[in-house]
Design a protein around this ligand. Structure first.
Ligand SMILES: Cc1ncc(C[n+]2csc(CCOP(=O)(O)OP(=O)(O)O)c2C)c(N)n1
Length: 533
């Protein structure tokens, strides 16, 4: 019986599911399309925090689970690359309290620098994976993920994609069956300290656990024939693609997988044997197709063009017909741009005017690559601007070109993964030194104005001790740490940048001016507090 019915996004449904499980802590780092999960969790009274990056979030979650608490970890797909180091050993260690990792993938790159398919992480790191196709399933499978995690003592990957994260749908909020009661902490170094002697045993255990999970999946309700249509065409699918298939091929038999690793190979083989034509419809890489082939199940796959971008009803029709005609070009959209009045504009006007070589990073300021600025030479992943700048200076040697190289990074990105770049700048200083522009707008603007460790607030807006960026840089031994206001003292900014570029020193210029959108949000918050008083 449903406790309550609500219209929720997939992200919202995960938060409600975690709350229903009595989650001890949700930890994560913002990233589209995952950000709303923890924002919702905190808004409904769950404990949640922004960690400085995804690796730390997963490590904190590991500690929660060690202490028999339940932990939810959220991130966008590329965040799992950052968290991969603890992840690949966490699966060996196993969990005490349930630990669920949400990877929100972005096929089609609505807001990402690549469209990597994180289903491959489940196989690579050896952990079960669940894939909801709707908000209701996001809620149900979050609860199921905690259950599975505790039953099999492994972390569970809850793999989402943009459409499921952001689409709204009705959700029956049933109560998780067992109220969660944390048990007292008991240390067990033999399963939790991964020295080689213990890790070898743990690996053997993990292989058995994955076999047990495959057997569980075979006989569970986590796969179902949704539309026992004709035996002419049978389609295997998961996630949002299931919805597209039901609409694109209403006469087909459709086998939906909710647990997509380890796979229920016997059930799939049986389904495939009962239809004349057996096709896999999957967004992204050929994860299902290749694993089915490896298990000796003959299957029809897709043309290369369908490895890129999102699927849709129209594209699924094309995929099934092996039709690779590109869709007609839509009306040209308005290109994204820095907001009017954005303080980053002053920096990119300057960089463009001085014709500098700019190694950029990930944030609103990546838009400095576009007209009218055209002021960015490379941008790779969060934190990479500093290392790339140092490497380019090395490559260019003691030349005038080397002196033109600047790294540009935002405040949230700096705390996420820029700090170690500064350590390298001090430790392995290039012959011409280096200049880092740290654009401090007091927020994580790109993903919707989230707090971070230097803003002075937690995720739930309670006050926090702010990390002082200038103190951090000075403590690392940077030769010059300057703070400038790009709007109030634009001439001083230009003169300072030119002076530092001419030196052989290691420099961080903190370019400090609040994001206008953040100022609006803070004003609203202040008014709200006034009214409440
Ligand atoms: C590993 C990883 N995690 C999260 C993201 C999502 N993301 C893109 S930019 C960004 C931070 C932007 O904040 P900041 O550096 O302060 O720049 P701003 O947008 O405020 O100018 C985040 C969290 C990402 N691209 N990669």
């Amino acid at each position: 019986m449903a406790d309550k019915k609500m219209i929720l996004s997939g992200d919202g449904a995960i938060a409600y599911g975690a709350k229903a499980c009595g989650v001890t802590l949700g930890a994560g780092y913002p990233g589209t399309p995952s950000t709303e999960i923890l924002e919702t969790l905190t808004s409904i009274g769950g404990a949640a925090q922004w960690s400085p990056n995804e690796k730390v979030a997963l490590e904190v979650a590991t500690g929660v689970s060690l202490g028999n608490g339940r932990a939810l970890v959220t991130m966008k797909h590329v965040g799992l690359n950052v968290a991969a180091d603890p992840l690949f050993t966490l699966t060996y260690m196993g969990v005490n309290g349930g630990l669920v990792i949400v990877s929100a993938d972005d096929p089609g790159m609505v807001s990402s620098q690549n469209e990597q398919d994180n289903r491959n992480y489940a196989k690579f790191a050896q952990m079960p994976m669940l894939e909801p196709s709707s908000s209701q399933e996001a809620y149900d499978l979050t609860i199921r993920a905690f259950e599975l995690s505790e039953k099999f003592k492994v972390p569970v990957l809850l793999r989402m994609t943009t459409r499921v994260c952001h689409s709204m749908g009705p959700v029956e909020l049933w109560k998780a069956p067992e109220a969660f009661r944390p048990a007292p902490y008991r240390a067990d170094a033999t399963t939790k300290v991964m020295i080689p002697a213990y890790a070898r045993r743990a690996h053997v255990r993990l292989i058995q656990v994955m076999k047990d999970l495959a057997a569980y999946n075979e006989s569970s309700d986590l796969h179902a024939v949704l539309n026992a249509g004709s035996s002419e065409l049978g389609v295997l699918s998961s996630g949002v693609s299931v919805q597209h298939v039901l609409e694109a091929a209403p006469d087909a038999s459709v086998l939906q997988l909710k647990m997509t690793w380890p796979l229920p190979m016997d059930a799939i083989r049986k389904f495939a044997g009962g239809v004349k034509r057996f096709v896999v419809v999957e967004e992204g890489s050929r994860f299902l197709e290749e694993n089915l082939r490896a298990a000796g199940i003959p299957v029809e796959g897709k043309e290369d063009v369908f490895e890129c971008g999102e699927l849709s009803v129209g594209r699924v029709k094309q995929l099934l017909a092996h039709d690779t005609t590109p869709p007609p070009a839509g009306a040209p959209g308005r290109p994204p741009a820095l907001c009017p009045g954005c303080p980053h504009r002053k920096t990119f006007e300057l960089l463009s005017d001085l014709k500098l070589t700019v190694l950029g990073d990930i944030g609103c300021y990546t838009l400095g690559v576009l007209p009218p600025f055209n002021a960015m030479d490379a941008s790779e992943c969060m934190g990479a601007s500093i290392g790339m700048g140092l490497g380019l200076r090395r490559s260019l040697g003691n030349t005038p070109e080397a002196r033109r190289v600047v790294s540009v990074i935002g405040d949230s990105t700096f705390l996420h993964s820029g700090l170690t770049g500064v350590v390298d700048m001090v430790y392995n200083k290039p012959a011409t030194g280096h200049v880092v522009l740290l654009l401090d707008n007091g927020t994580t603007a790109m993903t919707g104005l989230q707090e971070h460790a230097a803003t002075g607030y937690h995720l739930d807006k309670t006050p926090a001790v702010p990390i002082k960026l200038e103190d951090v840089c000075r403590s690392l031994g940077v030769d010059h740490v300057d703070v400038v206001d790009p709007v109030g003292d634009n001439d001083g900014y230009r003169a300072l940048l030119q002076e530092r570029l001419a030196s052989n020193d290691a420099t961080v210029i903190i370019v400090r001016r609040p994001c206008l959108m953040q100022m609006k949000k803070m004003a609203k918050m202040a008014n709200h507090t006034e009214v409440k008083k």
